[in-house]
Design a binder for this molecule. Structure first.
Ligand code: 5GP
Length: 132
């Protein structure tokens, strides 16, 4: 059965898309730690990030870098933090989170409640800055 992220990438479940190419997809996390919190997902279904083969994983990191550059331009922050958790969704993904302090990357923090309009605007602002 397809994972929830595959269903998102196939358009069966809506998301606020940031960017995509033939191999990878980026969209806003539905429960963001910070405005601009984005997930980078490979089209290939692999549960654990470090089970992905080298070349495909390297490509994913380069794709994530391009998304992070766009996040930093669209959502002013000190750095874009990177996290791999993967305890909820068994489809490898990288969290990219705009950070001003270490605590911004604390997944125990309460999640932001953003309106669909805010999420759409944020995804658009990041997406238009992505240079693939
Ligand atoms: P993890 O697997 O890294 O522990 O957590 C999965 C992440 O995916 C969580 O931050 C959660 O908010 C996000 N997530 C789970 N389901 C959906 C969904 O249907 N849409 C979006 N946009 N994000 C999701």
């Amino acid at each position: 059965m397809a994972t929830i992220f595959t269903k998102i990438m196939n358009g069966e479940i809506p998301c606020h898309k940031v960017a995509e190419d033939d191999h990878y997809f980026a969209f806003l996390d539905i429960n963001p730690l910070k405005k601009g919190h984005t997930l980078v997902v490979p089209r290939q279904e692999t549960d654990y990030l470090f089970d992905i083969d080298d070349e495909y994983l390297a490509g994913m990191m380069v794709f994530a870098k391009k998304i992070a550059v766009a996040i930093k331009e669209a959502c002013p922050c000190n750095r874009v933090g990177v996290a791999v958790i993967g305890l909820e969704v068994p489809h490898a993904h990288i969290h990219l989170v705009p950070m001003d302090s270490m605590n911004d990357l604390n997944f125990g923090n309460p999640k932001l409640k953003l309106t669909p309009e805010e999420l759409a605007e944020t995804a658009g602002n990041i997406g238009k800055r992505v240079r693939l």
